[in-house]
Every structure is written in structure tokens, then in C-alpha cells.
Design a protein around this ligand. Sequence first.
Ligand code: SF4
Length: 410
Amino acid sequence: MTPAAALAPWATAKAARLLQPPEPLRVPKRAHLADLLQALPWADEPETLVLPDAQLAAALLAQTSAAEAEPLRQAADRLRAALVGETVTYVINRNLNLSNHCVKHCSFCAFRRDPGTPGAYWLSRDVLQAKAADAHQRGATELCVQGGLNPEARLNGSLLAYAEALLADLLEAAPGVHLHAFSPQELLFMAEGDGLPLDGVLDRLQQAGLASVPGTAAEVLSEPLRRVLCPEKLSARSWVAVMLQVHARGLPATSTLMAGHIESAADRAAHLLTLLQLQRHAIERGQMGFTEFVLLPFVGQAAPAPLRQRVGRDQPDLQAMLQLTAVSRLLLGPWIRHHQPSWVKLGLAGATEALRWGADDLGGTLMEEHITTMAGASGGTNQDPAALEAAARSAGRPVRRRSTTYGPCP
Ligand code: SF4
């Protein structure tokens, strides 16, 4: 079955309307920052649920000079305080990167391997169950389950049956844990591989315990850019369609943006505006939609050479990513209320600094991480709850442990 055939026709049609194309920037390059900030729908009333327009988004995203940094930071920090208050949150979770066997070849990916080649791995269900039990014992309330697209991960010939059995194993080892699992690309891969409609895949995974979906594989939701970054992966339109179906089933999801490589301000604007369209669609229907926005700075150290050379930088530009953290907060406004920097990619000090630029969440303890670490990230793979709490307090902010969906800790 093709990806298109696995998607519900209503979702594909709606995705075409919600996906925002990158548009050339038409506002004057020297637009005054104060005027741009005042033009935001929530300039005077933070809870105003109106979407900003594309030109305003692109103009704000083009404010990248050092002179604009402090006013952007202050505006984002004020909006963060007005929308979610002072408290910094985090979750005790464990990351389970199942396998790096993958049939695709994204131009930014340092994680994927062909089976049998150096660095290739595929964790058995027993090993994953032991890791889940260990996480449960250490107080984890969430398991984040993702991996490469491994065509061999089948049970009785079925990718979906394998995934169902895996979720059951994890729940058996860690009763009551929240299963945050399978990106839109992984979900579509299962549907495609088993010749099933995506809705049937989601139905069975929910019955097996799937509780929310990571908003990864979005990279940048710009079709022209994806032809360079990930031409074999699901299209931006398909990502939007999968997310519409995920939201429609009552499953919450996270949202992400991979930034700091070859994307333009127009690409970033298209991406954030598409997330806003999806979130409005979900909220209008009483669905949970996106619980958070996670900025994922590109780490190029071990990335395939063509993209690494084009970017010309192995580690994220912290100042640029802080400025983007601020603008993301300003553009997503009351629609997506929680913003999480990545300590794996920025280091804990960088993520802590992002708390002054509009972020309000330090993510999870992770316990282990392979995808970004194999790309050369220097932030580490594990944080103790005490370290995350100390980081929040060092920023002068109170801190609380949260559930995956930002409720009280179970
Ligand atoms: S990003 Fe994901 S789909 Fe792309 S090559 Fe890497 S593991 Fe495979």
C-alpha cells in the first residue's frame, strides 16, 4: 500500500488546505521590531485566539540581528509569564530508541544504519522490557519510544503486530506508564508495510496502550526543503494528514521544528503557521492537539558530509537558537502554550538559558538517548531530576514535575 492510500481521504484533502507554503518575504527588511510585536494578535490580550499572518511571521523570523535579541527576549519572556506563569516543568521519562536499522536515507541523519554495518543495532523485546522495568523503578511516568524504519521488526509477518506486542511488553514491565510512541513517519510505515489504513493502525495501537504521539519527522514542513533534507520520507502534506488523524482519535501529540541548517525564514514561517493551523483545527473540535513545541537545533558533527558541509557548523549556534526560541514563543502565542528547549542539543546550560527566552519546560530525564548523540551532540544522554530542578532554580524559577500532558504528576 502507498502512503497516500493508507491515509484517510478526508485527512489528505484537509491537509492540503492546512499546509502553509513558504512564501517570499514581502515586508520591508527594515520593519521596526516594535511595530511587528504590536501587530501580533496577542499584543494586548495574551489569550486572543487569532492566527498571525504569514508576512508578519516571516518578518519576525527575519529579526536575527544582535540588536533585536534583547527586545525579542523580553517580549517572549513576558508572553511566557502571561500564558503559563513562572513554574518550570519536567517529566521523568526514558527514551527507548528501538533500532537504527532504517530503509531511508535522510540527508541530515547520523543515526540510521544498514543491518550488519558498524554501529547498527536492534534492541530485543527482552532488553526493552528490562529497560522499561528499570525506568519504572526509577520513577519514570513516561516511555518515549522511537526508532528507525526497520522492515524486519515484524511479528507473524506484521509490523503492527510487533509494535502492539512491544507496547504490551512495556506496559507489563512498567504498569501505568504513559506510552509516548511512534512518529508520524513510523505510523505511516506500519500502515504502508502491512497494507492497512492508518486509522486501523492507530486504533489497534491505542488499544495496546499508545497514549500520545511524538511530533518528530516533521523536520521543516516545507515541501521544497524536504526534497533536499528527506526526499524519501513522508511529505509535509502527509505529516499534516497523519497528525489530523492522530488528533481526531483523541491522541495528544507534541510538535517540533528542526532548525539551524539550510532553512530560510520563509520555511520556518511556513512550518510554524502550519502547526498553528493544525492546532486551531484541533481546538475547534475539542481535541487535545499539540501539548508542546520543541525546538530541535540541528547537530551536524556526524551528519552526512554534503549537508554538514553546506551548513558549515557542527554544533548549534546557541544565540541564533535562543532568538528562534523567543520568536517561536511569540508566534505560537496562546495556541501552543508549552515550549521546550533540547538539553541534549544545547547542553543543560543552554536549555536553562532558554528559560529566559520564552521556554517553560526542561523536557525529560531521558535516561538514554541515541539519535542526537550519534549526530555528535554534546549535551549528554541522561539528567537526574535533581539536576533539572537545580537548573530551573538557578534561573530563579519554581519547578514542578509534570505528567506527559502537563498535568499533575501521577
Ligand atoms: S531521520 Fe529517521 S527516517 Fe530518516 S534516515 Fe534517519 S532514522 Fe531513517
